[in-house]
Design a protein around this ligand. Structure first.
Ligand SMILES: [Zn+2]
Length: 169
């Protein structure tokens, strides 16, 4: 399953970052953010990650599957949050091996599954609040690190393979 997302302007995101930080980014930081936004914009069709797709798929029907998802990697930060919070509302209690705590720009909101309209809306609201808080503290930490030791920052943000786009906390 994929979802198409509405794109907002760079200025909208820059204003959000400036507002979250309580100061304006300098021209170099603004340029870096514009580059990142441009790359993120290339992914118009966002995938619902496998764990969340499985949980949604098995939320319908009479069969109760074995509730442990044996996947080869830990969950990303967003999937782990979603499944943990989904478990509080769903009849199924999914267990996963853990999370590597990375964020990916190509993460789509999981479907409503067996949640009521109110539960789904509430979960999206709490998720957005949590995500904003996590991103705010990550941006602050990245800026703090780049100010204290700019020689190691570029190495810390680089990944390999499909983790190259991940944002590590
Ligand atoms: Zn994920």
């Amino acid at each position: 399953m994929t979802r198409t997302v509405q794109q907002k302007s760079d200025e909208t995101y820059l204003a959000l970052v400036n507002n979250s930080l309580g100061k304006y980014l300098n021209p170099e930081e603004t340029s870096i953010l514009r580059t990142i936004l441009g790359e993120a914009r290339q992914a118009l069709e966002l995938p619902v990650h496998a764990e969340c797709n499985l949980a949604a798929y098995h939320s319908h029907g009479d069969q109760k599957p074995y509730s442990y998802m044996g996947i080869s990697k830990y969950c990303c930060a967003c999937c782990y949050w979603w499944i943990t919070n989904y478990n509080q509302k769903s009849k199924l209690q999914w267990r996963v091996s853990g999370t590597h705590k990375k964020f990916y720009p190509n993460w789509a909101l999981p479907p409503q599954a067996d949640l009521s309209e109110d539960e789904y809306r509430d979960m999206k609201t709490v998720f957005a609040s949590w995500l904003q808080s996590e991103l705010r503290s990550t941006i602050r930490e990245k800026i703090k690190r780049s100010g204290s030791d700019s020689s190691t920052t570029s190495q810390q943000s680089m990944g390999s393979g499909d983790d190259a786009d991940a944002l590590t906390l």
